[in-house]
Design a protein around this ligand. Sequence first.
Ligand code: BG6
Ligand code: BG6
Ligand code: GLC
Ligand code: GLC
Length: 939
Amino acid sequence: MLAVHLVSFYFSKLQEDPTKKVDRFLHAMRLNDDQICEISARFLAEMRKGLSSESNAAAAVKMLPTHVRSTPDGSEKGQFLALDLGGSKFKVLQVKVREGVGIRKGEVEMEEKIYPMPTELRTGTGAELFDHVSECLKEFLHEKKIDTKKKHPLAFTFSFPCEQPSLDQGFLLSWCKNFRVRGLQGKDVVRTLRDAISRAGEMDMEVLAMVNDTVATMMTCGFDDPYCEVGLIIGTGTNACYMEDMRHVDLIEGDEGRMCINTEWAGFGDDGALNDFTTEFDREVDAASSNPGKQVFEKMVSGMYLGELVRLVVLKMAKLGKLFDGHVSDALRTKGKITTADVAAMEEYRNGLKNTKDILMHLGLSPSHDDCIAVQHVSTIVSFRSSNLVAAGLSAILTRIRQNRNLRVLRVTVGVDGTVYKTHPQYPKRLHKVVRRLLPECHVRFVLSDSGSSKGAALVSAVAQRLTSQSRKVDEILSNFKLSEEQQQLVKDRMRAGLEAGLRSQGPFTIKMLPSFIFHKPNGKEHGKFLALDLGGTNFRALLVRFKKQKSRIYHKIYTIPLEIMQGTGEELFDHLAQCVCDFLDYMGVKNARLPTGFTFSFPCEQTAIDTGKLVTWTKGFNATDCEGHDVVGLLREAIKRRNDFDLDIVALINDTVGTMMSCAYEDPRCEIGLIAGTGTNLCYMEELKNIKKLHQKSGTAEKDQETPEVENGKETDRETRRSNMCINTEWGGLGDDGSLDNIITAFDTEVDQNSVNPGKQRFEKLTSGMYLGEIVRQVLLDLTRRGLLFRGHISECLKKPGIFETRYLSQIESDHLALLQVRSVLQKLGLDSTCHDSIIVKQVCGAVSRRAAQLCGAGMAAVVDKIRQNRGLDHLNITVGVDGALYKLHPHFSQILQETVKVLAPQCDVTFFPSEEGSGKGAALVAAVARQNQEMLT
Ligand code: BG6
Ligand code: BG6
Ligand code: GLC
Ligand code: GLC
């Protein structure tokens, strides 16, 4: 009985197919379609995790944005040097790309040389590694007789995971494969390369782009195949990249177009996601690697590990007596003794078995025929699992692309490179077959990158070079708006000279320096109910102000002035104002009160008394006829009379700067300057009467003038001190009307001036105020678009429209809190269909224009405060400025730049800026209150 058993056992052993034994032993490595699909689904989830900004930090699959936004389109051109580091070979290359020859015409010339990369450099210091790289580059230049005097653009393929804030920066996340260089993790590798190149000397390189090998491979293949949107490496390491829709790339601003994402799928499983698929052999490979716990997926897939997996399986089987009759050789126990090349050789179609036998004998083993079959089968299972895992990852990527595009059928090409794919005889076929089986709805073409990744890296660099040269051109144009400190100082000097000339009113003068007949600031004793009208800013406002015990209560209503009224007849304009006032009085229920009224009129008026003033000239957008040269108070009174349904007692006419100063002085007695940075720009300040020469010229003597009892609120005691100053409305917007700012005025400013209602006038205002900044920006954008640097060279109807950029939009665009996407949506609201790249440029333009405006205002302010300081013979002046205007209040940077400029240009003055809360209407009411007191006193 026993004998029968022994015989049958002997026969069963004899007859057993050696592959079955291996199948059973490696059961866990044999993946069926369900398992592949499961792995694919897990990878898809990992991709989502890596793309989202919320989960990216914890994601094992890093999904790194590459800043490569398009596959080749044939427009790339140039001659590049290239470095290729991180695969099995380190190469230096020269790549020449001719314009318009890409996409199926493929004309790229390449010369390459492989240089050694000794093991000690792979594990040495970063400086040693990159010094070697630079020396090889230098040698290459000499050998190929490339001019070392010239600057050469350089493309850099670096096949390790790097976080890239831009195309020419890459912070190394970790080393992998057979590299473990000290001191580079977390550092910018491009910078390290640049430093090493300059250490090496004798060459001038501009590193334009650093790209991962997957990206470079996708670009290489994309040069000939427009459907190529995936790059795949199955070499020493493994990885894949693909074109993702920007709206899903949380880590980068913007949502239009696509960006290539380097998945770094090697890290799939580092968080345990593949634990139920890893075997004891995987764990052993991992434990013996230079980066345990890392690159779990890569260690199951790539060339660096396949041979080792086979060795560990064979060793274990031998130890268990399942191979070589239990015999184990020293070589079989030694790490690295079976390579991926051996795996490929064992699976060769015809010679596979013979190769297997040779390899095993070379390891000091004496394999039987069945041993050879079994070991060959181990190889097959290990490499098949590798291609199945790649198929799972690739299927996830293709599924994602198909879902992104909402396509039923996806046609796509995958560019592939790497020694395993290129040298393993069965690998490509198996991979293609599984992918096509899993994704019948995808028409996938696999293209082998025949020229390595440097061609692709050069193509990326060509695009980078074009963008760099474009952004240089933009910078060059915007440099026209940059003011050096000397230029700012010069503006300050010109402003000072302008102020003095205006006070003298002699010779040609551009700054009008209009007396306001306000001799002092409010004293807090004002009381009663007043009406204030406020014309000249963004809107017309009517206000009812009540002062009581140093407190004020304000009721107001805003009215818009239509353009046709601003630029119609004077009668129409003032009738419209009277209509608005009538409405307001009705609204407030005070129509019959004949309230004392202060009229803020934000235009230059030649005043001879507090309640009368002739409009010198319209400014900003106003241009109503028959007003210039007329008393505007009279015009308003006539309009009210024409209606004959209410009456006002207009007791004061003031400029908005004066109103603002008065309003702020009510709160802060040190306020002696009023500044408007709004639709227009202007400033008033308290000037010493003795300096206002033109007042003396007109009225005979200063003394006589000081007796003018226009605004005096009672107390006789300090009459003399109060009467020693008068507020002057500078009308500084006119600086430069004599050409004194020509050295800073750009062609864009000239264009804006020429298109305005008052060409040649208010040149300073046209460089600094809300009404014009948007127009300057528009002119620059038009120019950039004409040069093809913006909006794809297309000038839209919207961009042709004057006035599209109101101050509030400028302020929004420049806001630091606004993401690029929101800037884009502001632009889109304005009708400008911009890409994110366009939005960056528009923001830059706005920044350049508004910065100059703030600096110019600051220079003007510095001139004024220094003048006041010198008037008073002080070494140091403390002073407060009341400020109003949408530009000052709404713009995110204007006020800060203005204040910084004043600090630099007037270091002996401490200037406090006090934003006016209530507008200048309250100031007008205050002036009215004082004027009314005086009237009462006189009667
Ligand atoms: C080459 C690329 O063609 O493929 C390398 O130029 C890349 O940068 C390599 O890393 C991947 O293959 P391997 O087998 O050399 O790691
Ligand atoms: C307001 C004043 O507060 O500021 C107006 O009351 C003035 O008279 C205005 O013209 C300036 O700002 P903007 O931005 O409206 O021109
Ligand atoms: C490794 C690297 C990756 C590279 C791949 C193929 O996985 O991390 O960046 O693409 O190897 O070379
Ligand atoms: C214009 C006006 C001026 C006004 C300023 C601010 O420059 O001429 O009077 O103060 O705008 O509104």
